[in-house]
Design a protein. Structure first.
Length: 386
């Protein structure tokens, strides 16, 4: 067997978390290797969708509001440095009713954090967006500076920039490490051996497959479906500027909708957990039941799209922790192995903040955020982070 290539840090998984972790480690001058089994933001990865919402509101949860606020300028910086459009300022509108305290509490957190957010009455929403119809809400909150990230494009671009900056990128499926104490090297199923001072496994929905004894009870990958609807010929009313991204928070199915970006059509999905999924083998075809749910929702709330054709679909996965908090911690038995994941359907926007946090923990022994530790992960599922 050829001798192992040697680095300061080896990051396994080139999704949004792994890529930003590699970025911050490389910024310190370290020698960094980044590996992925299927390639950066590949079609099986959670980071591979066209778009992801970049919102600041998290109900009463100031931690994620602050991480999102820290992340947006770094996404914008990447966009400016490369000249590639990665963020679209669509505005993000939360729709709600009086029984829903989440949005009301969120408004005060946003104001406390200095993030611009405006309350809108149901009448104002109807007036501003006549193409939408919400008889079931009493109002909403608009984040005018928030918007949408071009997800796959951003991660693939970041990895290309990392390679230019000296990070070595390898395609390879890493074999789960065994044993205790210090890990000396990892191997891929293609018999490539790589060694480093520390190893960061940012493997999304694959974490419980890599570390079943430790993580199978803590990270639950679920099936999530995404639909793009063809807009009427010649129409402009679903474009950015005419319609924000919106989250229908008081609706039981938790729909969220994005405007027609890059002529792909209006995007709709439901932020509720689907059945369990195997990220390697899943046949990613949407269900008839979900198609009907989309059509029913649109006929009620976006009448012009009542009979719109579905022009594209995707099946992706969330990698949920029990309550939606991320998992960022050292492996309890392998002293130089870090576990990073549990994006839980809301992680994309936080890529820069997660990368910064992980590099701070590794390079500067920065103080840990207790909520993201392994010990803090409840085994009972009770989603509290939205
Ligand atoms: C439908 C949907 C909508 C979402 N909407 C939003 C949103 O609007 N806003 C938001 O902020 N977030 C959103 N998210 C969540 C967000 O996309 C994820 O939290 C985030 O992308 C997770 O990134 P990751 O890097 O942890 O995982 P991934 O992107 O899955 O990356 C993990 C990588 O590890 C690699 N890997 C796995 N095993 C190995 C191995 N053995 N060896 C080498 N490589 C390996 C995989 O190939 C993969 O590329 C959404 C997710 C989905 C599915």
């Amino acid at each position: 067997m050829p001798s192992a290539k040697n680095y300061d840090f080896v990051v396994i998984g080139a999704g949004v978390f792994g890529a930003w972790i590699a970025y911050f480690l490389r910024q310190s001058g370290a020698r960094v290797c980044l590996l992925d089994a299927y390639g950066p933001a590949n079609s099986r990865a959670s980071s591979s969708g066209e778009t992801r919402i970049m919102r600041m509101g998290y109900g009463q949860d100031e931690l994620y509001t602050r991480w999102a606020a820290r992340s947006l300028p770094l996404w914008q910086q990447l966009s400016e440095q490369t000249g590639v459009e990665l963020f679209r300022k669509t505005g993000v509108l939360w729709l709600s009713n009086d029984a829903d305290t989440h949005v009301e509490t969120m408004l005060s957190v946003l104001q406390r954090c200095g993030i611009s957010a405006n309350r809108l009455s149901a009448g104002e929403i109807a007036q501003r967006y006549p193409q939408l119809s919400f008889a079931d809400i009493t109002g909403g909150v608009l984040e005018p500076e928030s918007g949408v990230l071009m997800a796959r494009r951003s991660v693939q671009l970041l990895v290309r920039e990392l390679i230019k900056d000296g990070v070595e990128y390898l395609t390879g499926a890493v074999i789960p490490p065994q044993g205790q104490g210090k890990l000396n090297h990892i191997e891929t199923i293609q018999h490539v051996s790589v060694s480093g001072g520390a190893y960061i496994f940012a493997c999304g929905a694959w974490l419980p497959k890599l570390f079943p004894a430790l993580l199978a009870g803590h990270i639950h990958p679920t099936w999530q479906e995404v639909f793009f609807l063809g807009v009427p010929a010649g129409s402009r009313e679903f474009e950015i500027g005419c319609m924000p991204a919106w989250l229908h928070h008081s609706h039981t199915e938790r729909p969220y909708v994005l405007p027609d970006i890059e002529n792909r059509g209006l995007k709709i999905s439901f932020d509720r957990h689907g059945p369990q999924i195997d990220p390697d083998t899943a046949l990613r075809v949407v269900s008839r039941q979900s198609i009907e749910l989309v059509q029913q929702y649109l006929s009620e709330h976006v009448p012009a799209l009542r009979h719109a054709p579905i022009v594209e679909t995707r099946v992706c996965q969330y990698e949920n922790t029990a309550n939606g908090d991320f998992l960022i911690d050292l492996h309890p038995e392998l002293e130089n192995v870090w576990l990073v994941g549990g994006g839980s359907g809301h992680g994309f926007k936080h890529g820069p903040a997660v990368g910064n946090y992980v590099s701070g923990r590794i390079l500067h022994n920065a103080s840990p955020e207790p909520r993201v530790s392994l010990a803090a992960k409840p085994s009972m599922t009770l989603r509290t982070v939205f």
